[in-house]
Design a protein around this ligand. Structure first.
Ligand SMILES: Nc1ncnc2c1ncn2[C@@H]1O[C@H](COP(=O)(O)OP(=O)(O)O)[C@@H](O)[C@H]1O
Ligand SMILES: [Mg+2]
Length: 249
């Protein structure tokens, strides 16, 4: 399935946060969305995730217009997301949170988790095996979220989103707040998630070394619009991108 966003525009009062923004994401493609603070990246994701109501444009996912659909409706179409800021959900355990992600999507029991319903293995065992182990969370499966490091909580948020078996995954700054090494690990995890689950990914991220190592293609936003699109190597060498974003004079 592919996503085609065209001419998306959204205003907050007098501020045009996203202006005629277009973006294509192919099947199994990881697209990086970068740009300075306030460029409109989160707002753009919120529009195609059913949170913000855009004033104009279209977003076609798998042949269907998805602008205006609720997050729950999008989940049923295989679109899931993680959040820029992860919150601690009191004393819920890692498994509790991941089960919430699976439950949110329980009606679409067709994929890899579903095949274990009704079999000898328990659902929790399967979640541990298929999701928590690859994200290095198996050892803390029954630990309360508050006892986890920030980096581990980011992984829990990713596991929650993956429990819905998405075909499209929006990641808003998955590496923010992580240590350098945790960030590189997360980048590798995102690529392995794509390989394993076969999903497409839009990844908003600031840490350039992770973006370069993780993404197949990169779109650069500034002032609500796309100013450049290319491979990681092309983005690194483009003069205008270096000036606007990477801080060159
Ligand atoms: N709910 C809102 N109300 C008013 N202005 C907003 C709102 N959300 C975002 N903005 C504004 O939209 C612009 C883009 O913000 P944002 O999407 O958060 O940027 P980024 O994620 O690229 O840092 C900023 O100028 C921000 O202040
Ligand atoms: Mg943001």
């Amino acid at each position: 399935m592919t996503l085609a966003v065209r001419d998306l525009t959204i205003r907050f009062g007098g501020v045009t946060a996203v202006a005629n923004m277009s973006l294509d994401v192919g099947a199994r493609e990881i697209v990086g969305l970068i740009g300075p603070n306030g460029a409109g990246k989160t707002t753009f994701i919120n529009c195609i995730a059913g949170v913000n109501r855009s004033v104009a444009g279209s977003a076609v996912w798998g042949g269907r217009e998805i602008l205006g659909l609720s997050p729950a409706a999008l989940l049923r179409l295989g679109v899931a997301r993680t959040f820029q800021s992860v919150v601690s959900l009191h004393d819920l355990t890692v498994l509790d949170v991941v089960k919430l992600g699976a439950a949110a999507h329980a009606r679409r029991r067709s994929g890899f988790i579903a095949q274990f319903f009704g079999s000898e293995r328990t659902f929790e065992d399967e979640l541990c095996e298929s999701l928590l182990k690859p994200l290095n969370l198996a050892d803390v499966a029954r630990s309360p979220i508050q006892t986890l490091s920030y980096g581990q909580r980011k992984s829990v948020d990713l596991a929650r989103a993956l429990a819905a078996e998405p075909q499209m995954l929006y990641l808003d700054e998955p590496v923010a707040g992580l240590t350098y090494q945790e960030g590189l690990n997360m980048g590798a995890v995102i690529r392995s998630v794509r390989d394993r689950f076969g999903c497409s990914v839009i990844m908003v991220e600031h840490k350039m070394d992770v973006v370069m190592a993780t993404c197949d293609r990169i779109t650069v936003m500034a002032h609500g619009s796309r100013i450049f699109e290319g491979t990681p190597a092309e983005v690194q060498t483009d003069q205008e991108v270096r000036r606007v974003y990477l801080g060159d004079a």
